[in-house]
Write a protein that binds this ligand. Structure first.
Ligand code: AMP
Length: 283
């Protein structure tokens, strides 16, 4: 497994691999890898001759009062997981390499970045879109894999890739959950044992809405109320947002249908967690 610390090394290697006719599969992450990341890597392994993993805690996608400084890291464990998943190249640049003095270019995906996480985290998706564009330019992937756990992020990256004619196929992968249903996330490591217990309310809300939908309920307001009720039973939980929206446009919807998105963000103490589901599709 090769480890590249600078964008120059990464891009030179990628261009050379492309000249040799190799295909490149790419999984961008912020590290502190778990089974969710591993599922992307294992699929990526099948999708390209060369599998590239990036580990970069991207400062421009964090707000000023967010967790950039304490975002969890574990380089040795990340390397072990990467090796086990058959990664060929780990790209782990520093912030100064990615954003040298004078950097001033950004990518904005306008409408899709406004609701949900975009409204609670202003500027977040500009930071994501910008770093993913840079990473695509450095890694030259034929296919890039993203988790549906970050549903809005995936929608934005798909839109951006189409709008900018980027020559990369975007693959969305299912949400990987703990045995009890909690969506895996590097940020779960922030939770105290009691918060970890309370965090199950996100999954319970998802399951409840799916059950009510399967039983024939189609009113978005009623389905939302069901989820609200589940979460309000958890005293440690405060809702950041809880919404039903069109799964493609992310526009609000009154009537739930197959492909309607339920998306929620909930805070347990200082930790903000997200989850989502597409109604009528597999969990
Ligand atoms: P992150 O390191 O949190 O930026 O995530 C890197 C990639 O892994 C993103 O495409 C995420 O959507 C994906 N990912 C994170 N958690 C999960 C999960 N529980 N299931 C599936 N994909 C995930």
């Amino acid at each position: 497994m090769n480890i590249f610390r600078t964008s120059n090394e990464m891009q030179q290697a990628a261009l050379q691999l492309k000249r040799q006719g190799k295909t490149i599969a790419f999984v961008p992450t912020m590290g502190f890898l778990h089974e969710g990341h591993a599922s992307l890597l294992r699929e990526g392994r099948k999708r390209g001759d060369i599998l590239v993993l990036s580990i970069f805690v991207n400062p421009i996608q964090f707000g000023i009062n967010e967790d950039l400084d304490r975002y969890p890291r574990n380089w040795e464990q990340d390397c072990r997981i990467a090796e086990a998943c058959g990664v060929d190249i780990v790209f782990a640049p520093g912030s100064a390499d990615m954003y040298p003095p004078g950097f001033q270019t950004g990518i904005t995906v306008r409408e899709l970045s406004l609701p949900l996480c975009g409204s609670s985290r202003p500027g977040h998706f500009d930071g994501v879109a910008t770093v993913v564009t840079k990473l695509f330019s450095l890694v030259q992937p034929d296919v890039a894999l993203f988790g549906r756990k970050d549903y809005q992020q995936l929608a934005i990256i798909r839109r951006m890739t189409a709008d900018l004619n980027l020559p990369v196929q975007i693959l969305g992968m299912p949400i990987v959950r703990e045995d009890d249903g909690l969506a895996m996330s590097s940020r779960n490591s922030y939770l105290s044992p009691t918060e970890r217990q309370s965090a199950l309310c996100l999954y319970r809300a998802v399951v409840r809405v799916r059950e009510r939908y399967a039983a024939g309920e189609r009113s978005a307001a009623t389905l939302r109320d069901e989820a609200l009720m589940v979460i309000s039973r958890e005293p440690l939980a405060t809702i950041d947002y809880l919404e039903l929206r069109d799964g493609s446009t992310l526009e609000p919807t009154q009537t739930a249908d197959n492909g309607t998105l339920l998306a929620l963000a909930v805070k347990l103490g200082q930790t903000r967690l997200i989850d989502n589901t597409l109604l009528g599709e597999e969990l």
